[in-house]
Design a protein around this ligand. Sequence first.
Ligand SMILES: NC(=O)c1ccc[n+]([C@@H]2O[C@H](COP(=O)([O-])OP(=O)(O)OC[C@H]3O[C@@H](n4cnc5c(N)ncnc54)[C@H](OP(=O)(O)O)[C@@H]3O)[C@@H](O)[C@H]2O)c1
Length: 167
Amino acid sequence: MKNELSVVVAAGSNWGIGYKGTQNLVISEDRKHFREVTGHGTVIVGRRTLLDFPGGRPLKNRRNIVLTRDSGFAVEGADVAHSVEAALELVSDGDPEGVFVCGGASVYRAFLPWCKRAFVTRIDAAPPADVFFPKLDRMPEWRLADPGEELESGGIKYRFQVWERVK
Ligand SMILES: NC(=O)c1ccc[n+]([C@@H]2O[C@H](COP(=O)([O-])OP(=O)(O)OC[C@H]3O[C@@H](n4cnc5c(N)ncnc54)[C@H](OP(=O)(O)O)[C@@H]3O)[C@@H](O)[C@H]2O)c1
């Protein structure tokens, strides 16, 4: 693949990322960060995460690839892939603006082995969660390349971290 894949995720201190189909932690500054990181690149998301986007619509100004096993699924403004391999094939020519794996939990798990970098908004809170991101801090193949400075929003502390695959 010409372009390495990256992950973009917001995770709590226990690596929780969602609850009952939606994000369990939302920091408004993180929305802007997400837009800045993904820019005009390609985003890969699972069908359930697409449902959680505003209006259930693909993200504007980016190429959207939606994962589903439903062969009849179609949505305007997105390419559809029925397997990890099919999605990787769709991005095999790369994207000069980057290719970003944007969740949810099952898609993060499936694509992490192909990802070189992870942009993690690490939030110092752990509200109820029923889906989790893999615990990068317990995976020897990942290292915290940039811990980010401590920021605060509405009394909640968070950092924009960058993790890199080392092997
Ligand atoms: N905090 C964050 O940064 C963040 C980001 C994104 C999402 N989330 C949260 O994550 C949760 C959703 O995660 P989730 O794991 O339940 O759902 P998901 O990963 O968004 O979507 C799951 C669906 O994707 C399709 N899929 C997954 N793997 C596939 C594969 N290998 N081949 C073909 N299709 C595949 C299937 O769709 P079909 O059922 O149609 O076959 C599956 O049901 C929500 O709570 C959401 O808010 C959090």
